[in-house]
Structure formats: C-alpha cells, structure tokens
Ligand binder design. Structure first.
Ligand SMILES: Cc1cc2nc3c(=O)[nH]c(=O)nc-3n(C[C@H](O)[C@H](O)[C@H](O)COP(=O)(O)OP(=O)(O)OC[C@H]3O[C@@H](n4cnc5c(N)ncnc54)[C@H](O)[C@@H]3O)c2cc1C
Length: 302
C-alpha cells in the first residue's frame, strides 16, 4: 500500500505530525522503536497542561488518541533504510519489510553521549540533568553542580545559580580566562579544578561528587550539557543537509520543517535547538500541516 506519509519516530514530534496528517484524512504510517529521549526521567515538566506527567504516559495517551483515526497505521520497530523512488520513498524496516509513502517526516530524535564518569549514567534524568527549566525547580535551593566539558558550560553554571548554590566542576580543564573566573565568583559560584573520580549516592539519587584528590563534595544534582548525535542515519541516507548545532548535528529545515530534500520533512530534536517536548510537538504540527498542503498543492514543489 502507498501511504500518503510515513513518520519515522512516534514520540512528541512524530505523533504531532501524524495527528495533523490523520485529521486531514490522509493515510499515515508511524514507525517507532519506543525509546524517547526523556525516557530516563520519571516526570516531564513545562508542557502545557501536562506538567509533571510521566513521559511514557504522555506518549501512550497521544498514541491511543491517534489510533482512533481510521487512516493511521502503527508499525513497531526500526526503519533502517530509505530510498527515493519516482513517486515517493521506500522505507525498509529492521524486520525486512518495506513500506512505501509519497512523503516522509523524520522525527527519530537524538541520543545524548554521556561523559564517562563512574556513577553518572545510572543517574541520568534523575539527579544528573540536562536542563534547569525541565528539572531545576525540583532541586531548588539544593547543592547544585555543573560538570565542565566545554566553554558553554560556564554559561550554564551562571544560569543554574538561579536555582541554588552552584559549584562548577572543571574536571581537570582550564577556565578560559580570568574575566570568566571573576564573573563566576561574583555570582557566588564555587570552582573545583580537580578531576572528578565518581558520583555517589543511594540508587539514582546523588549525595556527593568524589574528587581524584580524595575529597568528597556534597551535591544533590549535577547538570551536564552532553553532546548529542542523530539517533538514526536515515537523513544522511536520503541526502538531507546536516548542520553543526550547539549540541551536535541538526537536520537543516526551512521554517515549515521541509529539509533540503523535496518531500522529506524533519521535526523535533533532530531539526532544532534548544530542545523541549513543547517545541518538538510544535515542530511536528508544522511538519504535518506543511506536508499535507504539499499533497494538496503539488505545484509548490515541496
Ligand atoms: C533526561 C531528559 C529529560 C528531559 N526532560 C524534559 C522535560 O521535563 N520537559 C521537556 O520539555 N523536555 C525534556 N527533555 C527533552 C525532550 O525529551 C525532547 O525534547 C523530546 O523528547 C523530543 O521529542 P522528539 O519527538 O523529537 O524525539 P524523541 O522523544 O526522542 O522521540 C524519537 C522517537 O523516534 C524513535 N526512533 C528512533 N530511531 C528510530 C528508527 N530508526 N525507526 C523508528 N523509530 C525510531 C524513538 O524510539 C523515539 O520513540 C528531556 C530530555 C532528557 C534527555
């Protein structure tokens, strides 16, 4: 069967795109491996009407609502290859099955590449955090840390001091200059130059950062800005232009989320920075409506 659209990724961006395509009564298939980026967090914050909801519950509710529409097909599993054809695209799944569609929405998300510090990965999304707007309020006035990995982390430390007393862990790196040091100290931020050995605390909570020189510094939350990578190489396979974003590669799109390849749209974390559930959903709506209009008005060449 030829679908009007295939959406790769059934999370905040992909489900939003698919909902608008389905409401326009077009045949849409969503392919999904069910591993959204925020699955490590027990609650998602900051999204209209759903502040504090469990991410998987938000997605499950949206998927159930989408599946009420008769023109929707749900395909669990990974899309592994995409090839342009005369009238659209063939998408091969890991199962070996091939699906066809006139247009595509790529919404497969990004993957955080976490620093190799013992005790860090099991606390990701719980007490090791990426974004103060998403999770800072829950640690207000607690002892906070920022793990330095690149120059941008100085900016993050200055920001995070809004939520509580902050220590910048240089982890053996140099500060860029004295002016930066002055700025940090003026904001009341403590600076720890020694390398970090490991994180400690019961289960996924954080109690202390153990330094290589043997000291243990009490801490309740540690912020990091991990580099990211695209979770799938489908955009590269299709020939979409990819730019360097502030955290990692980003698929280049126009404002309506069309990539540099005709009929291929990209939405959510893969095609923007900064990232949030709200922005991903909004981009999905934009991609879904733009894709539908391109089906109705093919002369626009999208
Ligand atoms: C720890 C953590 C906590 C966060 N907390 C918040 C928060 O509180 N509030 C907030 O607004 N934002 C939060 N975020 C950011 C939020 O998770 C992202 O902005 C959002 O998930 C992006 O949505 P998306 O649909 O673009 O991608 P994702 O949610 O990552 O979804 C991508 C989907 O594509 C699927 N997929 C990947 N590859 C394939 C493939 N080849 N074939 C088929 N399917 C595929 C995945 O399984 C997944 O279901 C958090 C991020 C992290 C890392």
């Amino acid at each position: 069967m030829m679908h009007d659209a295939i959406v790769v990724g059934g999370s905040f961006a992909g489900l939003s795109a698919a909902l608008y395509i389905a409401r326009a009564r077009r045949k849409v298939c969503v392919i999904d491996t069910a591993a959204p980026r925020n699955r490590f967090a027990s609650a998602s914050h900051g999204f209209f009407g759903q502040d504090g909801s469990k991410p998987q519950d938000m997605i499950a509710r949206a998927r159930d609502q989408l599946l009420q529409y008769p023109s929707v097909q749900w395909q669990p599993g990974a899309a592994v290859a995409a090839v342009a054809q005369n009238d659209g695209f063939d998408l091969r799944l890991a199962s070996g099955e091939t699906l066809a569609a006139r247009k595509l929405v790529l919404a497969f998300g990004i993957t955080d590449v976490l620093p190799d510090v013992p005790g860090l990965s099991q606390r990701w999304g719980k007490s090791v955090l990426h974004c103060p707007y998403c999770h800072g309020f829950e640690f207000a006035d607690a002892a906070l840390g920022v793990l330095y990995a690149a120059e941008g982390l100085v900016h993050q430390a200055l920001l995070i001091a809004e939520w509580g007393p902050t220590t910048l862990f240089l982890n053996g790196n140099e500060l860029p200059d004295d002016a930066t040091r002055e700025k940090l100290l003026a904001r009341g931020i403590a600076i720890e130059p020694a390398p970090v050995l490991r994180l400690e605390g019961p289960h996924t909570t954080l109690a202390a950062v153990v330094m290589a020189d043997g000291r243990s510094i009490a801490l309740q939350a540690l912020f990091i800005a991990a580099p990211t990578r695209l979770t799938s190489d489908l955009a590269e396979q299709l020939g979409c232009a990819i730019d360097d974003g502030p955290f990692g590669p980003m698929v280049r799109t126009r404002a309506d989320k069309l990539t540099t390849v005709p009929s291929v749209y990209a939405a959510g974390d893969i095609a923007r920075a900064p990232h949030s559930v709200a922005w991903a959903a909004s981009d999905g709506v934009m991609a879904g409506t733009a894709l539908h209009r391109a089906l109705v008005f093919p002369e626009t060449g999208q």
